[in-house]
Design a protein around this ligand. Structure first.
Ligand SMILES: Cc1cc2nc3c(=O)[nH]c(=O)nc-3n(C[C@H](O)[C@H](O)[C@H](O)COP(=O)(O)OP(=O)(O)OC[C@H]3O[C@@H](n4cnc5c(N)ncnc54)[C@H](O)[C@@H]3O)c2cc1C
Length: 554
């Protein structure tokens, strides 16, 4: 499978649309200009295109396998992971205090887009590790940070998130895994977790599980959940009481092992409490929020890969005649409807990229102490996660359509993108749960003030103003309903999020077209003018659909 990292699009988005320069006034970041960022992106692109992308198809075919509790990844996976780790790629966004490179998330997202675009099953391993690192960085004790972070940040060890249980998916209040405190202050963990991504594998020397569990007599529901570090291998080199008892056969991401994890069959797995008892869910949200942005990024990345494949196929596949010249057979790329599909795909990819990077920029600003930026990234997180992942499924499906019958045949790889993309609206909180988060947390907590200010920003582009106006009315409606008629607010939450995503995408694409006009010279080879075409297409064909979603609310 081939994948060409879209470096020009990434650089343009970073430098001229989202704006690397908006980071530099903060003392946490040195001067990051386009040249420095290119020096980071180019070797990452090489690893993504030359090592990770060729394994995407073989990984899908071979899948990860389980035997006697040990998971073997597909061929080539170990060497690829070693190349990734030795290149220092795992350390990019983390604190230099524990071996990280301390680069902003904005740059890290551009780098990570390439792992996810080249091979999403592979990219999931570092994505989960990142969540574990962030939880320990934010809430771990000094000893825990020293014991785990250097290994996790270097990628020598990997981390997991162990939330889900058979009866506790979206509803984490139903978690039953037990944690009993021992006299030495450690805990013994017992219970079963399901669907644990890279819960077991052969890529790293150790696996550090972050596990949600309940202590005896803990309060009912989410107020009684604590977070534990449960290493696969303990510090004395012995094997902890945790084992993988099964891996799932699934629709896609075959090479990413989705594990059933059994804790405590031999008396209890040794676990170390993070922070305070009963505060676990709050800590887990630290990592989940950022992971949600990363899943949105996965959506952008796999959509880009599906677009690339479709564009190549459409140029090669000759079928039928041009409407204006009935004597010449043409490649399908010249048919209006195929052109439309490619334009639709590309406009969603570019808008999603810019929106995700914009959220990453605000994450960086928030971490540097900007509270308004924190409100903005909190608001954007469910939108990025849900809108970009729904788009990934739509774009990958269009990719299958462009391939015609060949799209339905596995060998082309178009079907793999569609199968792989389908998980994105489900994990890390389903898109329905994202919409509830948007309405009941992000909108309700400031009566929609952050949303309204974002909409006002978008009105700078007059073509967006009618949609932004409708969304303002809908925001007031849903903020009111969230308090006075939660059932009505919940019922409307997904359409509301979709409309907000469409407007946000239109806003980012308008900014792209505006920046492109500023960069265009008479020698433009189509790169900049393409952004103007995409923005025009989006305004004509995608933006109006937002208003339809809002109809029952306004
Ligand atoms: C491949 C894969 C990898 C995964 N990796 C991990 C991992 O590494 N770690 C981990 O802990 N988990 C992981 N998961 C679990 C994943 O996060 C859950 O599957 C997901 O959160 C949904 O939970 P569920 O499957 O129990 O669905 P359910 O919660 O049963 O949801 C079913 C449907 O009901 C809707 N629904 C449920 N509750 C509500 C509500 N209150 N309001 C509105 N709608 C609602 C949902 O939106 C969904 O449409 C993974 C799952 C898969 C398939």
């Amino acid at each position: 499978m081939t994948y060409t990292p879209p470096l020009d699009d990434m650089r343009f988005t970073l430098e001229y649309v989202v704006g690397l320069s908006r980071l530099t006034p903060h003392p946490d970041f040195g001067v990051l200009d386009g040249e420095t960022v290119s020096a980071i992106l180019e070797p990452a692109a090489q690893l993504a295109s030359e090592i990770l992308a060729p394994l995407n198809w073989t990984g899908d075919q071979q899948a990860a396998t389980l035997s006697d509790g040990a998971v073997t990844t597909a061929s080539g996976w170990k060497q690829a992971y070693t190349a990734y780790r030795e290149g220092g790629w795992n350390a990019v966004p983390f604190s230099p205090a524990h071996g990280g490179q301390g680069l902003p998330w904005l740059v890290a997202f551009a780098v990570q887009e390439m792992w996810q675009g080249a091979n999403m099953s592979f990219g999931l391993c570092p994505l989960l590790n990142q969540g574990a690192i962030e939880a320990i960085e934010a809430h771990g004790s000094t000893e825990q940070k020293e014991a785990y972070l250097p290994h996790l940040i270097s990628g020598q060890w990997t981390g997991t998130m162990n939330l889900t249980e058979p009866q506790a998916g979206s509803d984490l209040a139903a978690i039953r895994t037990k944690a009993v405190r021992e006299t030495d202050g450690t805990y013994r963990i017992s219970g079963q977790k399901i669907y644990i991504t890279y819960g077991e594998h052969d890529l790293s020397d150790n696996i550090i599980h972050l596990v949600l569990a309940r202590t005896p007599n803990a309060p009912e529901g989410v107020k009684g959940i604590s977070l534990f570090i449960v290493p696969k291998i303990l510090s004395d080199g012995t094997r902890n009481d945790v084992i993988c008892t099964g891996i799932e056969h699934k629709l896609g991401i075959h090479a990413s092992p989705t594990c059933t994890m059994q804790f405590g069959d031999r008396g209890g797995a040794v676990g170390y409490l993070i922070g305070q008892e009963n505060e676990g869910l709050k800590y887990m949200f630290t990592m989940m929020n950022n992971a949600r942005l990363s899943v949105g990024l996965q959506g952008v990345a796999i959509a880009e890969a599906a677009l690339q494949k479709s564009a190549v196929y459409a140029r090669d596949r000759v079928q039928g005649f041009s409407l204006s010249d009935k004597t010449k057979r043409v490649p399908i790329a010249e048919h209006a409807d195929v052109k439309r599909m490619l334009r639709h795909m590309k406009s969603l990819v570019c808008a999603g990229r810019a929106l995700t990077y914009e959220a990453a920029l605000h994450l960086d600003l928030a971490r540097a102490g900007d509270t308004e930026a924190q409100m903005k990234v909190d608001f954007l997180t469910p939108i990025v996660k849900a809108w970009c992942t729904d788009n990934a499924v739509e774009v990958a499906s269009m990719g299958v359509q462009i391939h015609g019958g060949m799209g339905f045949i596995e060998e082309t790889g178009a079907a793999q993108f569609y199968r792989d993309a389908r998980i994105l609206p489900i994990y890390e909180g389903t898109n329905g749960i994202q919409a509830m988060d948007l309405v009941f947390r992000k909108i309700a907590r400031d009566q929609g003030a952050t949303a309204l200010s974002f909409l006002t920003d978008s009105e700078k582009f007059s073509a967006l103003a009618p949609t932004a106006h409708k969304l303002k009315v809908a925001t007031q409606w849903i903020a009111h309903k969230a308090v006075n008629d939660p059932e009505a607010a919940a019922f409307a939450s997904v359409p509301y999020l979709k409309a907000m995503g469409i407007l946000a995408g239109g806003y980012m694409l308008s900014r792209m077209a505006h920046a492109a006009k500023g960069q265009m010279t008479s020698e433009d080879n189509g790169f900049f003018s393409d952004y103007i075409t995409l923005s025009d297409y989006y305004r004509a064909y995608i933006l109006p659909t937002a208003r339809a979603y809002l109809e029952p609310m306004v």
